[in-house]
Design a binder for this molecule. Structure first.
Ligand SMILES: [Zn+2]
Length: 295
């Protein structure tokens, strides 16, 4: 789309989406360009003009500000995760295919099974997940922090050889969701699901499909550290995401604090204080936590 900008519109800060326009630059005027998304073509100086193009996908934005002595062009991309995702996954029949979001349909086609998964919420790119394996479902039921919601199954997708251990571990899942939900607000992705898939790596806070590769052993505070830590990231990291990686401590700091909250609400304040002393031992103060934004 091409259109001309009226000079009057440039007198004040102007926000324009999806533009492709040529803006005149007055003789002697200083041109400042900050480019974070889209394109800015500085044509030839003899034309005294700058061509501004924003992303056509609607994520780009251009701000143009004119004063007597300068013309400022600043482009910004809409930061943050995609607003929704959909995945179609085809796996050999006999394996289970899982993905972020909720399953919309599943279709068997000869030797394969295809399923479609859609997310009802924004998803950080790094929290998108696909898991495929000879999984068996280990189920518990969750009815919200007060037990008043319609019960819904929450599933630990276990490798067959670990199903007995997974069953014991998964008993703590409803209590974990209720404690975290009571403190920080209901589990944030209820319209999709809460599930865990056993993984060959230690773990990851994939949205609605936490990866678990630990050893099914509770710590001295009666909970599985990896399960609780990665689940806490559903609140701190997935539902609330930092704008800049410089503030990443919010994800990790609050995930660790969530562990302590669980201890407080299940074992009492003395154990909570002991747990906080325990995690404080990992704080070395060797580097600043926040070291420059926008990198
Ligand atoms: Zn973490």
């Amino acid at each position: 789309m091409l259109f001309a900008l009226a000079p009057a519109a440039l007198a004040a800060l102007t926000l324009i989406q999806q533009i492709d326009s040529t803006v005149p630059v007055e003789r002697g005027q200083r041109l400042e360009v900050d480019l974070f998304a889209g394109d800015v073509d500085v044509k030839t100086w003899s034309k005294n003009a700058v061509r501004v193009v924003a992303d056509p996908d609607g994520r780009g934005r251009v701000e143009i500000e004119r004063s007597a002595t300068s013309l400022s062009v600043r482009t910004t991309g809409r930061r943050g995760p995609p607003l929704s995702t959909d995945i179609e996954l085809t796996v050999p029949a006999g394996l289970v295919g899982l993905a972020t979001g909720h399953r919309v349909w599943e279709r068997r086609d000869g030797d394969t099974v295809t399923s479609r998964w859609e997310s009802s919420y924004p998803v950080n790119n790094y929290a998108l997940s696909i898991a495929v394996g000879p999984y068996v479902p280990v189920e518990e039921s969750y009815a919200g922090v007060d037990g008043t919601l319609p019960p819904r199954p929450i599933v630990f997708w276990s490798l067959p050889e670990d199903a007995d251990k997974a069953r014991v571990l998964w008993h703590q899942a409803p209590r974990m969701l209720a404690v975290l939900g009571k403190r920080f607000g209901e589990y944030p992705f209820l319209a999709d699901k809460f599930a865990v898939a056993q993984s060959p790596h230690l773990g990851m806070e994939h949205q609605t499909l936490v990866a678990y590769g630990a050893r099914f052993r509770d710590n001295p505070y009666n909970f599985d550290w990896l399960l609780v830590h990665e689940t806490a990231h559903e609140w701190w990291g997935n539902a609330i995401t930092v704008r800049d990686w410089a503030d990443f401590w919010i994800h990790e700091g609050f995930a660790v604090y969530s562990e302590a909250v669980l201890v407080n609400d299940t074992l009492g304040v003395d154990k909570y204080l002991a747990y906080m002393r325990h995690v404080r031992g990992f704080v070395r103060n060797r580097l600043p936590i926040v070291r420059g934004r926008g990198r």
